[in-house]
Design a protein around this ligand. Sequence first.
Ligand code: AMP
Length: 475
Amino acid sequence: MPRKKEALRKKAKNKTGKIIPKKGKQESPKTAEKETKAVAAKKGFQLVRGMKDIVPKEGGYWRLVSTKAAAIAEAYEFVYAETPIVEQAALFVRSLGKGTDVVEKEMYFFEDHDGNRLCLRPEMTAAFARAYISHGMHSLSQPVKLWNIGPLFRHDRPQAGRYRQFHQFNCESFGVRDPAIDAELVSVAYHFLKDLGIASLVHMNSIGNTEDRGRYVVELTAYLRTKRSYLSELSKKRITKNPLRVLDSKEEQDQPIIEEAPQIVDWLSDESKKHFMQVLEYLDALNIPYALRPTLVRGLDYYTDTVFEIYEAEGETSSEPAQALGGGGRYDLLVEQLGGQPTPGAGFALGLERVISLVRKQYQKEDGTGGLPEQRSPFFFAHLGEQARQRALPLIEDLRQDGILVHHNVAKPALKSQLELANKLHVSHAVILGHKELQDGTIIIRDMASGIQEIIDQKKLRRELRKILEKQAAS
Ligand code: AMP
């Protein structure tokens, strides 16, 4: 052991396992760093509260869901785009509104080394609106339809289905105000879930334009004031701060008051009413199941007219208050508010953690067994010795380029353990490259069930494996 390391080891050996610097000596930053590492190695780092690893047994579900998202977004002609995770904090304060929980309590703010006030994006719509303006997308053919899947950050109270880093599938459509756009977005979200085997119900409402809402808020505030003493503490606070949010309350004691509250649909202008009716007509024509929810307001400042949320259809019957799988709506003033040209827009976001937990339920039994059917190759490539291992890699690459995938394990030198693994993977055939085959340019194909082996020219490997695949496909 090098002297330096040995000295460090001795230093590290006290009762607590901590490195103690020599008495009277100032601890150097390097020693401090080593100390931190030593302690961390002993204890192990913890996952940050509210964060979530995607572990291998979940990987297949993430791949499945993101593939489906890409397929449906592209079928509806949304184009993939992405924005940075870090944005100016003011972007979200301006667009979501000061009185919202996301801005007031949940945003991850920080100052960088240049003193800029930045944040980790808490949602996608404002970020995409910023990108639309930054890249002059108003000069493209409208609507500009963008989609992505990405991480969002909110310092929320962690609980089931609620994390501080989570992922959404987002679709946004900029540049056209037409009920068909709103309906198309609902349709994408609904069919994405349906394609994943999730039956959903869309909750629909309209919150009208700014003037409609302004008049309604006056009426709602007056009503809530008369009921103040019956409301929960949180809702009492919201009467002055953000009265629309009272309608979002999940507190039981607030429910009778919310039910009796004036309804925003009665304050809609003729134009907003007509727009909403047309959206519903489109949904009828598309056979999308929806329910009108007069108290649905979505709680963010940028929404205008159509708002919607999507719930699991059966979730309605459970005793727990159902969590929305996603939501969205129209935001016709957002781009202009952020400094762009007047540009209508609408979009939705679906939470992937919640969607994936429902997809997993379909495949997993209650005892935790079961899972996604894996698409495995029927071939295992076994090598005998170092030289064969070297030759195996280009042979496997040749096969892959021809669309033939094989299992292989570079870390198991013994042929016996490789064949044991092949058995575990239930492959139908093993391809074996030993010393002799290496010398004479041949290779063995072994039928795992019968044990019958065939020696062929290495050049014929592709053809032989393809024949086997075709035979298997036909049977
Ligand atoms: P929102 O824009 O807040 O309505 O969020 C849209 C969707 O994102 C929700 O319906 C959830 O599925 C998901 N979502 C929002 N916040 C979280 C969170 N903290 N953890 C997990 N998923 C979330």
